[in-house]
Ligand binder design. Structure first.
Ligand code: PEP
Ligand code: MG
Length: 321
C-alpha cells in the first residue's frame, strides 16, 4: 500500500485528456528539498529568499548566499529552481536592514521597490545567483531561474534586467530566465506590456487578492473574505494569462490557492501551466488534476469568471471541475 501511494505521488499531473501541469514546491532551504520530492514535487517554483535574512543579526554575504543556491540546485538534481529575489517589506520585516518605519508597509517600499533603492542588497544576491548558475555548467544557466517580487511598473523590470545583464557580463555567467511575480493588480492589467520584457510570470495570489480586494492578508476579522477565488481575482488571473500568451510566455501560480485542489483545477482551466505549493498539498492537487479533463476545467473556469460572487465560484466545486 505504502509503495503504491509513493508511486502515485511520483506520477505527473496529467489530465485524462493528456494536458500536463508542472507541479512545483515552495521551498526555502536545501534541507527541505528531499521532503518536497517525496511528496511528488517536480521543481521548486518559489524559493523565498527572505528566509535567509530572518532570525539572525546580519545579512548573509555573497558567499553564503551562493552556497545556499548551489546546494538547492544540487539537491534538486537538475530539476528547475525559481529563486525569488528578496521580498522584504509588508509583513516581512528584517530589523538588521534598518529600514525606515512606514505607516502602510504593504503599500510602501517593498520587494522590487526596496531592491532598486538598496543596490547593495540586489547586487550581492544577483552575484550569488549568477555564480550558482555558472556552476550549473549548462549554457543556459541550467535549471535556475530568477524572479522579482512586487513588480508594479515596466520601469522596474527594465532596471532589474539591466542589473542582471551587467552582473552576468561581469561574471561571464550564462543567461538565466528572468520572471516576475504578478501580485499587484496593475501588473495583471498590464500583463501584455510586461510579458514582452520577461520570460515568465508567477502569480502571487496571496498578495494579488490582498491588493485587489483591499483586505490586509493577515487581517484576523476579514480573512474569510480574502478569497483568492473571488471572481475579481480570477479575472485578473485570466488577464495575466492572456497577456502572457500574446508573447508566448508561460504563467505559474505560487500563492496559496495553487495548493487547493479546486483552486488548482480552476487555475489549470484558466491556462496556468505551473502550480507551486507547500509540499504537503501536492498529492491531493495531483490526484485532482489526474481525475479531470482539461476541456471540463476550461468550461468550469469560464463559469467561474462569469460568477457574481466568491461563494458562487466555490459552489461550482464538485461539479465538472
Ligand atoms: C503571494 O503573494 O502569493 C506569494 C506567493 O508571495 P508571498 O506569500 O511570499 O508574499
Ligand atoms: Mg507576495
Amino acid at each position: 500500500r505504502k509503495a503504491e501511494e509513493e508511486a502515485r505521488r511520483g506520477l505527473p499531473a496529467r489530465t485524462r485528456d493528456g494536458h500536463e501541469v508542472e507541479i512545483g514546491a515552495n521551498v526555502n532551504r536545501p534541507d527541505q528539498v528531499a521532503v518536497a520530492l517525496s511528496q511528488g514535487a517536480e521543481s521548486v517554483g518559489l524559493m523565498r529568499t527572505e528566509f535567509l535574512f530572518l532570525e539572525r543579526g546580519d545579512a548573509p554575504g555573497e558567499d553564503e548566499q551562493y552556497e545556499t543556491y548551489r546546494d538547492m540546485l544540487t539537491a534538486l538534481e537538475g530539476r528547475p529552481l525559481i529563486v525569488r529575489a528578496l521580498d522584504i517589506g509588508g509583513d516581512k520585516q528584517v530589523p538588521h536592514l534598518q529600514l525606515p518605519h512606514e505607516e502602510n508597509p504593504f503599500l510602501g517600499v517593498r520587494g522590487a521597490r526596496l531592491l532598486l533603492r538598496r543596490p547593495e542588497l540586489l547586487e550581492t544576491q544577483l552575484r550569488a545567483l549568477y555564480r550558482a548558475a555558472k556552476d550549473g555548467g549548462a549554457k543556459d544557466g541550467g535549471a535556475l531561474s530568477i524572479m522579482f517580487p512586487m513588480i508594479t511598473a515596466l520601469g522596474e523590470v527594465q532596471a532589474l534586467r539591466a542589473a542582471c545583464d551587467r552582473i552576468r557580463a561581469e561574471l561571464d555567467a550564462p543567461a538565466v530566465p528572468l520572471g516576475i511575480m504578478v501580485e499587484v493588480p496593475a501588473a495583471a492589467i498590464q500583463a501584455d506590456v510586461l510579458a514582452r520584457h520577461v520570460d515568465f510570470f508567477s502569480i502571487g495570489t496571496n498578495d494579488l487578492t490582498q491588493y485587489a480586494l483591499a483586505i490586509d492578508r493577515q487581517h484576523p476579522e476579514l480573512a474569510a473574505e480574502a478569497d483568492s477565488l473571488h471572481p475579481a481575482v480570477l479575472r485578473l488571473i485570466r488577464l495575466t494569462v492572456e497577456g502572457a500568451e500574446r508573447h508566448g510566455r508561460w504563467v505559474g501560480v505560487c500563492g496559496g490557492i495553487a495548493g487547493d485542489p479546486f483552486g488548482a483545477a480552476l487555475l489549470t482551466g484558466l491556462g496556468v501551466r505551473e502550480l507551486s505549493m507547500t509540499p504537503r498539498d501536492i498529492p491531493a492537487v495531483k490526484d485532482r488534476l489526474r481525475g479531470s479533463d482539461l476541456s471540463a476545467l476550461k468550461d468550469a473556469a469560464q463559469r467561474a469568471l462569469d460568477c457574481e460572487t466568491a461563494d458562487a465560484v466555490r459552489a461550482l466545486d464538485g461539479g465538472a471541475a
